[in-house]
Ligand binder design. Structure first.
Ligand SMILES: [Zn+2]
Length: 238
């Protein structure tokens, strides 16, 4: 079952020794399947971003979802850091998934939503649970759930461009859009975690979701569509 991992600056792909298939991965928006130089590295997790679809609800004043979804006691309206989820997310209706099985809401970069089937068959066996998503009328949606990410991991922020909030004094980092995601400082205690550090610009702040290779493999084998995975720079195996 062991897989060969090959990475390069502009591309990454996984070759399953079981199926023999090359599975291309994305860096940013460019999908590159071949590279003149390949370099094997050991596993250290993958940073996740996904297809963005729809907006969090309610939006009566543009940001009604904030107080409906989050405890804002430690939230800073200037930098966006500190909101803690207190209630299910609300969506306008069932997502139009097409052939995709994973998504993010616009503005909400730190959370992942999947179909209940993907939740049960890909994430639950790996120990990742999910929670309900509601319509704006409070009805449970039947084709979407939110993955639960409770654990955080520190990353190595040396050299990352940072903003310090003048209002609350907290720090957030520029979104990493090139190369590998920064190395982990701690070994994660769970197969899916988020960074303890915040990323973003302006009033947007989020903690990046990360998965281990077992989840990435299960997702590949289930042919999960809708997300991109970027390798984390190696320091610790996960
Ligand atoms: Zn702030």
């Amino acid at each position: 079952m062991e897989e060969e991992q090959t990475y390069s600056w502009h591309s990454t792909w996984t070759k399953s020794t079981r199926t023999g298939r090359q599975l291309p991965r994305c860096y940013g928006s460019s999908l590159v399947q071949s590279s003149p130089r390949r370099k094997s590295i050991r596993r250290s997790g993958l940073e996740v971003s996904a297809w963005h679809h729809g907006y969090p609800q309610p939006d009566q004043d543009g940001f009604g979802y904030l107080s409906a979804t989050y405890d804002l006691a430690e939230w800073c309206e200037s930098c966006g850091i500190g909101a803690k989820q207190k209630a299910p997310f609300q969506m306008k209706g069932e997502p139009r998934w097409g052939r995709r099985g994973v998504m993010q809401l616009n503005w909400i970069f730190g959370e992942l939503f999947v179909t209940p089937e993907v939740g049960r068959h890909v994430f639950e066996p790996a120990g990742v649970s999910h929670r309900v998503v509601l319509s704006t009328k409070g009805a449970e949606l039947t084709s979407v759930v939110q993955l639960v990410i409770n654990d955080e991991v520190n990353i190595d922020c040396d050299g990352l461009p940072a903003e310090h909030c003048r209002r609350c004094g907290r720090t957030k980092y520029s979104v990493v859009s090139r190369g590998r995601f920064p190395a982990l400082r701690d070994t994660p205690s769970h197969p899916m975690v988020r960074t303890a550090q915040y990323f973003g610009s302006g009033a947007s702040a989020f903690q990046s979701p990360l998965v281990n290779h077992a989840i990435a493999r299960a997702a590949s084998e289930a042919n999960l569509r809708g997300w991109t995975l970027c390798p984390v720079a190696h320091q610790l195996s996960w």
